[in-house]
Ligand binder design. Structure first.
Ligand SMILES: NC(=O)c1ccc[n+]([C@@H]2O[C@H](COP(=O)([O-])OP(=O)(O)OC[C@H]3O[C@@H](n4cnc5c(N)ncnc54)[C@H](OP(=O)(O)O)[C@@H]3O)[C@@H](O)[C@H]2O)c1
Length: 267
């Protein structure tokens, strides 16, 4: 299977390239970055500190879709929507891990999935997806006597907040409780906020350093509480998950899939 990467020069993209260059089932055929990237034209081997690989960074996302059977994208919401449009018009499946898409951008991804297989996941690690599944279970089993709070801590360079994983955890809890997340979300607390509204779902964000990324979901009752937590020590784990997802996509019908589908515990 020929594969291309959008966001190849980024923190995640570079790790992805490293894993794809010698993959037994996937052949890396293209790598994309922004039109303003300082890495345009650079050989990807050199980019990750090894010998030349014969593939250079380009800004032509159309060309990536032309020469590949699947595209993996870890970039920005704007680039992801461009990828989704190209996936739809060229009929090339897309795996995307980009977070921070707004409603309009998400709609473009959803429209692409009507015509081609699109897999979108806020987190490709098995552990984080198990926490997502456990959040659904706990939020439906524990009623709103239990306050739900999601805490995320990620490295200092993350562009958007809350993280896509934190938002997905809150979304899973809201769905399990059959409430609208936007109407119940508490993200910014400051000053005399008064008692916590019953049924609110809180998200708190910490940013700092380059250390592991952590997501914790708290179900706090008056007499007991449950906490579930995932700590990611290395992006290699995400990349292994994203590659597993790309292989799983081979021959899939059009639709919007998630990592939960790949792992076999989707709805
Ligand atoms: N789902 C998951 O498991 C997971 C895990 C970690 C991160 N993420 C998400 O993945 C995304 C990337 O994360 P990161 O840490 O790698 O970010 P990053 O280091 O800022 O990298 C962003 C990449 O996107 C490229 N890019 C920016 N604008 C573009 C455009 N218009 N067209 C094509 N490429 C463009 C950048 O290229 P240049 O700067 O060279 O132009 C760079 O390669 C973020 O949304 C992050 O939240 C998801």
């Amino acid at each position: 299977m020929k594969i291309a990467v959008c966001g190849a020069t980024g923190r995640i993209g570079r790790v992805l390239i490293k894993h794809l260059l010698h993959h037994p089932q996937l052949k890396l055929v293209g790598c994309g970055a922004s039109p303003g990237s300082k890495e345009l034209g650079a050989d990807i081997g050199r980019l990750i500190g090894i010998e030349d690989a014969g593939i250079s960074i380009c800004a032509d996302l159309g060309a990536l879709f032309e020469r590949s059977d699947i595209v993996i994208d870890f970039s920005t919401p704007e680039a992801t929507t461009a990828c989704a449009d190209l996936a739809r018009t060229r009929g090339v499946p897309l795996v995307t891990g980009t977070s921070g898409l707004d409603g309009k951008q998400q709609e473009i991804v959803r429209r692409a999935a009507e015509r081609v297989a699109v897999l979108q996941s806020p987190n490709f690690s098995l552990g984080a997806n198990l926490v997502l599944a456990a959040t659904t279970l706990l939020a439906s089993a524990l009623d709103d006597d239990y306050d739900i709070e999601v805490l995320c801590k990620t490295h200092r360079n993350k562009a958007d907040a809350p993280s896509g994983t934190a938002f997905a955890l809150a979304q899973s809890a809201a769905r399990a409780r059959k409430v609208d997340l936007q109407q119940n979300l508490e993200q910014f607390r400051h000053g005399r906020v008064g008692p916590r509204p019953r049924g609110a779902i809180g998200i708190a964000t910490m940013r700092g350093g380059g250390g592991p990324s952590e997501h914790l979901v708290l179900f706090a009752g008056l007499h007991d509480e449950v906490q579930i937590k995932h700590t990611l020590y290395s992006p290699d784990l995400l990349i292994q998950g994203a590659i597993r997802a790309a292989l799983w996509m081979n021959g899939r019908d059009p639709g919007l899939y998630s990592m939960l589908d790949v792992l076999g515990f989707g709805n």
